[in-house]
Design a protein around this ligand. Structure first.
Ligand code: PRX
Length: 648
């Protein structure tokens, strides 16, 4: 283990549960899942109560996952309507603009509810019906959350696409979702730079089938004009303002889809992870309350983008179900300097801060100075998510932002899991820097070897989850077989996470990272296959192989081996061209960090690329290449090592 220093629960710390209570409640959640979740499900509003809690089989021949299956609800009634009577004037969203000199917006639950209802009516006017997929491609503005809730209000399935994705990536998601409606903005602003969202949408639509997209709703966020196609494009404000402020909530079955969200796997195109209404909301809301020890009145900031699952569960659904005050920040943490996050904390008197390790490392790169100017006294709890946090960054976060007083909840989870599965609970869990610690209620993690044998005690292995929890994804949109193959076929009868982990003597889990061909770059998940297929689509490229390598700030960087076509000469110009090409095909987050020219790639005799070897070369571990005698041409390894050494 890298670090075992324990940061015990501090005496007198405000908390919902102590360790003994956590232990008892956890044991109960496994002993009687039906009883446990029957009770927990009462935290949300049901239009019609459910009579059955759980119907699940992880067996691959009979895979099904159903929670609260005959219950009926509309998630927006839990997130909005029920707060209005007593808490309608509570602030739901505090929006902090990219440009520090601009005024922040404060939106109450009453205002949020009104606008969501109006937009929902507007969408109905445009023809959107229950079960239709609506793509949301927005900057980090309150209207992004409103658009998600407006879809939920009328039973439409939202598919949020991160605003940093390229037109090509957006088009792929629109087509895969068979989506006819898009909600976007003219432009976004990040770190002072304009992001041409509407232009990207137009380009994406051109790449789709001609009758794919019927309507585009465009928010004018920056005041600049953009092209509007008559008959197809609708101005968001005009559409919303003319609507009635009440929209009847669509009655949804607990297992009706709430949203799809595309995420990368180890093979093929990104898959549409599908979450449903009832179980997802119960689980998102419960984890938000317990993990962040949320009490009404707390100001809470989750610095993710709504384009990722963290934004869905912990900027929108979990916190709104709990009536929370959510800070939403338009820009990037280091803009205009590394002191920005601390200034935002002071400005809005934030109590709970949830941010990715990559952002912490970026802030840390400037030392303590930018943080020292701030008071940070409002903070009482810190969180991290998205990738393993190195103990050094953990301790810096604890010491500076936390003033050595705030617990850090290192939450491990995935797009597929809906919300956090392994995490400390503040006040209940002693902390170890770099460990996501212990399972949440109802979660039964285990470690297995390559053959699927369960391992006991302090050990390491593949991380699986033995039984279902309400927030689990239900299928891959349009491809149920892929769902079964990806998650339930490797270790039969269990959910395979794709992660490796260690477990220590105290039963604490330490996530070691993906064991498949998925990269985690600045907390963004990417499939090596996706980047490879973008590269080989370039006319100069014959073959490409992508691996990850440790990167100080990003966690992992993208290392690319490229074999050029015979008639193409390697040059700095072609290298730049390939980087720009990948940015265009996927988005800037997929930019290769290192491109190495490879006259040949290490392949087995049957033609399979041996990535294991490429990973070791990229990380200078030449003595751990393993057996290379089975390669079709072992000599390529030596030349790749030489080329790598010349490059780095
Ligand atoms: O490898 C794990 C890593 O991020 C993956 C999931 O990525 P994504 O679906 O994009 O969701 C990210 C936000 C929940 C996981 O398979 N990961 C996530 N959180 C942690 C983590 N690795 C270590 N520690 C974490 N706290």
């Amino acid at each position: 283990m890298t670090e075992q220093v324990i940061y015990p629960v501090q005496p007198g710390q405000k908390t919902k549960l102590n360790n003994a209570q956590y232990q008892a409640m956890y044991a109960e959640s496994l002993r009687d899942p039906e009883g446990f979740w029957q009770q927990q499900a009462q935290r949300i509003e049901w239009k019609k109560p459910f009579s059955k809690v759980k119907d699940v089989s992880f067996a691959k021949e009979d895979l099904h996952i159903r929670w609260f299956e005959d219950g009926e609800l509309n998630v927006t009634e839990s997130c909005l309507d029920r707060h209005l009577d007593k808490h309608g004037d509570d602030v739901a969203i505090i929006w902090e603009p990219d440009d520090e000199s601009q005024v922040a917006r404060r939106i109450t639950y009453r205002e949020l509810s009104k606008e969501v209802n109006q937009l929902a009516n507007g969408l109905r006017d445009l023809g959107v019906k229950k079960g239709d997929v609506v793509t949301i491609y927005m900057p980090m503005v309150p209207e992004a959350s409103m658009a998600m809730l407006a879809c939920a209000r009328i039973g439409a399935i939202h598919s949020v696409v991160f605003g940093g994705f390229s037109p090509e990536a957006l088009a792929g998601r629109i087509e895969d979702g068979n989506c006819h409606y898009v909600i976007t903005a003219n432009e976004g602003v990040r770190a002072g730079k304009i992001v041409p969202l509407k232009e990207n949408v137009d380009a994406a639509i051109n790449l789709c089938k001609s009758d794919q997209v019927k309507k585009v709703v465009v928010l004018n966020h920056t005041g600049n004009a953009c092209t509007m196609e008559v008959g197809r494009d609708e101005d968001y404000r005009q559409l919303v303002d003319k609507q009635d402020s009440e929209c009847q909530a669509e009655v949804m079955n607990a297992e009706d889809p709430l949203f799809i969200l595309y995420t990368s796997g180890s093979t093929g195109k990104p898959k549409g992870v599908l979450h449903t209404c009832g179980g997802y909301l119960v689980y998102a809301s419960m984890t938000h309350e317990y993990i962040f020890d949320y009490e009404r009145g707390d100001v809470y900031w989750c610095a993710a983008d709504v384009g990722w699952i963290t934004g869905h569960s912990y900027i929108v659904y979990g916190p709104f179900a709990n009536g929370a005050t959510v800070v939403m920040y338009e820009g990037v943490p280091t803009h205009p300097d590394c002191g920005r996050v601390a200034r935002i904390v002071d400005k809005h008197q934030i109590n709970i801060l949830y941010i990715a390790p990559t952002a912490i490392r970026a802030l840390m790169s400037d030392g303590d100075e930018p943080v020292e100017g701030a008071s940070l006294e409002s903070l009482r709890l810190l969180g991290t998510v998205g990738e393993p946090i190195n103990p050094e960054a953990w301790r810096w976060y604890y010491r500076t932002f936390g003033r050595s007083q705030c617990p850090i909840v290192d939450t491990w989870w995935q797009t597929e899991t809906g919300a956090a599965l392994i995490t400390p609970l503040p006040g209940a869990t002693d902390l170890k820097p770099g460990s996501a610690t212990r399972p949440f209620f109802g979660i039964e993690p285990a470690l297995v070897d390559e053959k699927g044998n369960e391992l006991s005690g302090a050990t390491s292995g593949n991380l699986i989850i033995k039984d279902s929890w309400p927030g689990q994804m239900r299928t891959v949109f349009g491809d149920h077989q892929r769902f079964i193959d990806t998650y339930f076929s490797t270790f039969e009868g269990t959910y395979f996470t794709g992660d490796g982990a260690k477990r220590d003597e105290d039963g604490y889990f330490w996530i070691t990272g993906r064991v498949d061909d998925v990269l985690n770059v600045s907390g963004h998940r990417m499939g090596t296959a996706e980047i490879e297929s973008a590269l080989v689509a370039h006319e100069a490229v014959s073959e490409a192989a992508v691996v990850g390598f440790p990167h100080d700030v990003k966690g992992q960087g993208i290392y690319v081996y490229v074999t050029l076509n015979h008639d193409v000469q390697a040059s700095p110009a072609i290298r730049n061209d390939l980087i720009n090409w990948v940015r265009k095909e996927i988005g800037p987050i997929a930019s290769p960090d290192i491109i190495q020219w490879a006259p040949g790639l290490p392949k087995t005799r049957s033609g399979k690329i041996m990535r294991r070897i490429l990973r070791k070369i990229a990380t200078d571990e030449y003595d751990q290449l393993g057996d290379i005698s089975t390669l079709a041409d072992p000599s390529v390894v030596e030349s790749l090592i030489q080329e790598h050494q010349a490059l780095t």
